[in-house]
Design a protein around this ligand. Structure first.
Ligand SMILES: [Zn+2]
Length: 345
């Protein structure tokens, strides 16, 4: 689950609608100020000398009082050294988390009038790198787990696109009134060791893992989970009847990847697309659309800088998200009051 959001004020700390977003963030310095507010609630510390004394510049950067360095809230984040205006980044971030099916690079390039498809592609991928919250909770309770392939022939899903065959595992919480949260992970094979690693990363020990009769699951769950396996062949049922939740999720995500994204996803980026899809799916009951934007931006200023070259060679070797960072204590020596900005109120 996300950290509690009850204390966040809609229309003040995050925009309630796309219209409000465009009204608030009509200038780049306002976007930068919002990122600054998210990243340094107690004021910034200079990355050069550590000083917390400084002055605000009119473009919403800081001038360090000690070493005279100019400090921006985007330094060391996914927005680091971007040449794309932050107003565009904000609009794209909103569309990415609030469109039911996300947005494609082609769509972003067209709608934002970007010079190249590479720029749009890299923006979306930079956002995807922060869509897994560091230190997020694992699934718990009754959790259906199964594996599947992407790229094989699927009923109702057109084409194979650029995708070869990619094996992945899924886990979905089963609740009384439907499905809870989901997780998806590319796995190298369906061995007990690979499935155990997937479970370790995604399902809280002590949970009840519900699977089909695949022979690797008893070993993959041993000593850590209660395991309930049902042989599909022996049950006389269809696979989607034995594991309805995880099969529903498989079908949704495959339709999205092979349909909406037109199968144009290369195998090394499948995990990034899974992260995007899971981000939206797990927040589908969110009380406000703006909250998803807020979460994305929070995670974006906590992320590491990513270059286009990093993205090109990313994929399965993508490093695990860094551990959650604790609150940093800073003296309240810097005045950040800007009452004309709603999130500063
Ligand atoms: Zn300094």
């Amino acid at each position: 689950m996300d950290p509690p959001s009850a204390s966040l004020v809609a229309g003040q700390e995050y925009p309630r609608s796309y219209a409000e977003l465009r009204a608030w963030f009509d200038q780049d310095w306002k976007c930068l100020d919002y990122l600054d507010w998210l990243r340094w609630p107690d004021g910034p510390a200079c990355p050069g000398c550590g000083s917390t004394r400084g002055w605000r510049l009119t473009d919403a950067r800081w001038l360090c009082a000690a070493c005279k360095r100019k400090v921006s809230a985007t330094a060391g984040t996914i927005f680091d050294k971007t040449r794309t205006p932050l107003t565009v980044w904000f609009a794209v971030g909103w569309l990415l988390v609030n469109s039911k099916t996300g947005v494609s690079a082609t769509q972003v390039r067209r709608e934002m009038e970007l010079g190249s498809i590479q720029t749009a592609w890299a923006m979306l991928h930079r956002y995807r790198t922060v869509m897994v919250r560091p230190g997020r909770d694992r699934l718990r309770g009754d959790v259906e787990v199964d594996e599947s392939f992407l790229g094989g022939p699927e009923p109702g899903v057109p084409g194979r696109g650029a995708l070869g065959k990619v094996l992945f595992a899924g886990a979905v919480e089963v609740e009384e009134r439907g499905f809870g949260r989901a997780r998806l992970g590319v796995i190298p094979d369906a061995s007990a060791a690979s499935l155990a690693a997937f479970l370790e990363a995604n399902v809280e020990p002590g949970s009840c893992v519900v699977t089909d009769g695949w022979s690797a699951y008893p070993a993959a769950t041993r000593n850590r989970y209660t395991h309930k396996g049902t042989s599909v062949a022996a049950s006389g049922l269809q696979a989607h009847e034995v594991l309805p939740a995880v099969h529903r999720v498989f079908s949704l995500v495959k339709r999205w990847l092979m349909g909406t994204m037109q199968g144009s996803v290369s195998p090394e980026h499948v995990q990034a697309y899974f992260d995007e899809w899971v981000f939206r799916f797990n927040r589908r009951h969110s009380r406000s659309r703006g909250l998803l934007f807020y979460r994305l931006m929070r995670q974006a200023v906590g992320g590491d800088p990513v270059t286009y070259r990093d993205l090109r060679r990313a994929g399965r070797r993508r490093p695990a998200p860094p551990p959650a960072r604790g609150a940093r204590q800073l003296p309240p020596s810097l005045d950040v009051g800007r009452p004309e900005l709603p999130w500063r109120a």
